[in-house]
Unconditional design. Structure first.
Length: 71
């Protein structure tokens, strides 16, 4: 069940070798995420996949996507 703080978007890119990717939110914000934040534990996700995620504070005043899950 979606939470009030959940956002939606698409995976803009994902590098399975590094385990890092970016999500482009429906609001236009681009956030990075690490493979450990993919909710189903698969450690990989296809670019272009529609996802739901939460935006949380990260380092140096930036934000990141956590709880990334395919919709």
């Amino acid at each position: 069940m979606p939470q009030a703080s959940d956002r939606t978007g698409r995976v803009a890119d994902y590098d399975p070798t590094r385990g890092w990717g970016t999500v482009l939110g429906d609001d236009g914000e681009r956030l990075g995420f690490h493979c450990t934040q993919i909710a189903d534990g698969s450690r990989t996700i296809a670019p272009g996949a529609a996802v739901r995620y939460r935006r949380v504070p990260a380092h140096l005043g930036r934000y990141e996507a956590v709880g990334v899950s395919p919709v």
